[in-house]
Design a protein around this ligand. Structure first.
Ligand code: UD1
Length: 376
C-alpha cells in the first residue's frame, strides 16, 4: 500500500466466524490516521446470537454498510452479495478490500473487488481440506486465486498456495487472527464462568458443536453422530449449543424428542463469544465439526475430537490437541472414552499464533505496495 494520502480500506464480514477474525484487524487499523477504515456486513448471518452478540462482545464498530442478504441457496446468497457489494465498491472506490475466512460472502466480495480492479487481501488464505463437497473449499480456493495479498496462518497454507501456482511474493505467513481475538478476550471469558452458571464444575463436561451440511443435513449421518453421543453420555455430561441450521434439521428429522430425553445432554441456543470461550476453556474436551474451534482448542490446550473425515487445518492435528476422527458412532464413543481415561495429547501452540497476527498484517500492507497490475 502506498504511504501517502488517505487510503480507504473496506473490511468485509458476513457471518459468525468472520466477526472473530475481523475484530483484531479493525482494532489494528483504528489508530492509523492515514487510513479510512470501513466495515461492510453482508447480513449472511442475522440472528441476534449469530451476529449482534458478537459485535457487542468483540467491541466491533457498527458496520458502515449493511447489505441484508440473509439466507438462501448458495447461488442466491452469493449472487445477492455480489450485486449489493458492487454498489458499495462503486460508491466508495476503496484502495483495498479485506476479506476473511471462507464464507459465501468472502468469495462474493473478493470477486466483485477483483473485477473492479480493486486490490484484495485474503486473511486466512491457503487452507485446504481437498474436499470439494464443502462449499467452503470452493470459496477459499477461488478467493485465494483472485487475491493480491494472501495472509496465511501457518506454513502448510503457504505450501498449498505455492503448489497452486500463486507467486510467493503475494504470500505472507502472519499467524492466526482468530487467536489474536482469543488471547485478548481470554481473561474476560474466564471471568464469565459460563460452566458454573450451568451448575457444571470445570473439566467435568464436554462441549459439542455441529453445523456442517455433511453432518446435519442428512438424517442418517446426523443419527450416526447421535448414536456415538448416546454411547458416551453416561460417562460425561455434554453441553450442545445448537446452530440455527442444526436446530432446523433436528425439527425436520423429528430428532428433538430423542435428544431431550438424553439425561446428560444440555441443549442451548448459540452462545455469544465470551460465553462460548468460557465453556470451551473449562471443558474436559470438545467435539466439533467447526474449523475455528479446532484452532481455538489447540491454542488453549483443550483436547478436540473433530467429527469430520478431513481438516483444512492439519497443523492442529500435527502440533495441537486435535484428533480428526470421522463420524462413526463406535469411533466417537471410543475416542471420548480414551480422553476420559486420561489419554490426552498436550500439544503445542503453532508458531505465530501469539495474538499479534493483525499487527503483522498491517505491517505487511505498509511495507508492500499493491502489485502494479491491479493498482487502480
Ligand atoms: C456458514 C458458512 C460456514 C460457517 C458457518 C458458521 C458458508 C457456505 N458457510 O454456514 O462456513 O462455518 O456459517 O456458522 O458460507 N440461519 C439462521 N440465522 C442466522 C444464520 C443462518 O437461522 O443468523 C439459518 C438459515 O436457515 C440458513 C442456515 O442457517 O439457511 C444456514 O446459514 P448459512 O449462512 O447459509 O450457512 P451456515 O450453515 O451458517
Amino acid at each position: 500500500m502506498p504511504e501517502q494520502g488517505r487510503l480507504t480500506v473496506i473490511n468485509v464480514v458476513g457471518g459468525r466466524p468472520n466477526f472473530v477474525k475481523i475484530a483484531p484487524l479493525m482494532e489494528a487499523l483504528q489508530p492509523l490516521r492515514d487510513i479510512r477504515r470501513l466495515l461492510v456486513h453482508t447480513g449472511q448471518h442475522y440472528d441476534h446470537e449469530m451476529s449482534r452478540a458478537f459485535f457487542e462482545d468483540l467491541e466491533i464498530p457498527e458496520p458502515d454498510f449493511f447489505l441484508g442478504v440473509g439466507s438462501g441457496s448458495h447461488a442466491q446468497q452469493t449472487a445477492k452479495v455480489i450485486v449489493e457489494f458492487e454498489k458499495v465498491v462503486q460508491e466508495v472506490r476503496p484502495d483495498l478490500v479485506v476479506v476473511v475466512g471462507d464464507l459465501n460472502s468472502t468469495l462474493a466480495c473478493a470477486l466483485v473487488a477483483a473485477k473492479l480492479l480493486i486490490p484484495v487481501a485474503h486473511v486466512e488464505a491457503g487452507l485446504r481440506s481437498f474436499d470439494r463437497t464443502m462449499a467452503e473449499e470452493i470459496n477459499r480456493t477461488l478467493t485465494d486465486h483472485v487475491s493480491d495479498y494472501l495472509f496465511t496462518p501457518s506454513a502448510d497454507a503457504d505450501d498449498n498456495l505455492v503448489r497452486e501456482g500463486i507467486p510467493s511474493a503475494k504470500i505472507f505467513c502472519v499467524g492466526n487472527v482468530m487467536i489474536d481475538t482469543l488471547r485478548k478476550y481470554e481473561p474476560m471469558a474466564r471471568a464469565r464462568q459460563a460452566a458454573a452458571a450451568l451448575g457444571l464444575a470445570p473439566r467435568t463436561y464436554a462441549l459439542l458443536t455441529l453445523h456442517r451440511p455433511s453432518n446435519v443435513d442428512d438424517p442418517a449421518a446426523f443419527e450416526r453422530i447421535l448414536r456415538g453421543l448416546e454411547a458416551m453420555l453416561p460417562r460425561c455430561p455434554v453441553v450442545f449449543p445448537v446452530h440455527p441450521r442444526t436446530r432446523r434439521r433436528l425439527a425436520e428429522f423429528g430428532l428433538e424428542k430423542r435428544l431431550e430425553r438424553l439425561g446428560n445432554l444440555r441443549l442451548c441456543a448459540p452462545l455469544s463469544y465470551l460465553a462460548f470461550v468460557s465453556l470451551l476453556m473449562e471443558s474436559r474436551f470438545v467435539m466439533t465439526d467447526s474449523g475455528g474451534i479446532q484452532e481455538e482448542t489447540t491454542a488453549l490446550g483443550v483436547p478436540c475430537l473433530t467429527l469430520r473425515e478431513n481438516t483444512e487445518r492439519p497443523i492442529t492435528a500435527e502440533l495441537g490437541t486435535n484428533r480428526v476422527i470421522g463420524t462413526h458412532p463406535d469411533r466417537i464413543a471410543t475416542e471420548a472414552a480414551r480422553l476420559l481415561d486420561g489419554d490426552e495429547r498436550r500439544g503445542q501452540v503453532p508458531p505465530l499464533w501469539d495474538g499479534k497476527a493483525a499487527l503483522r498484517i498491517v505491517d505487511v500492507l505498509r511495507r508492500h505496495p499493491v502489485p502494479s497490475e491491479v493498482a487502480p
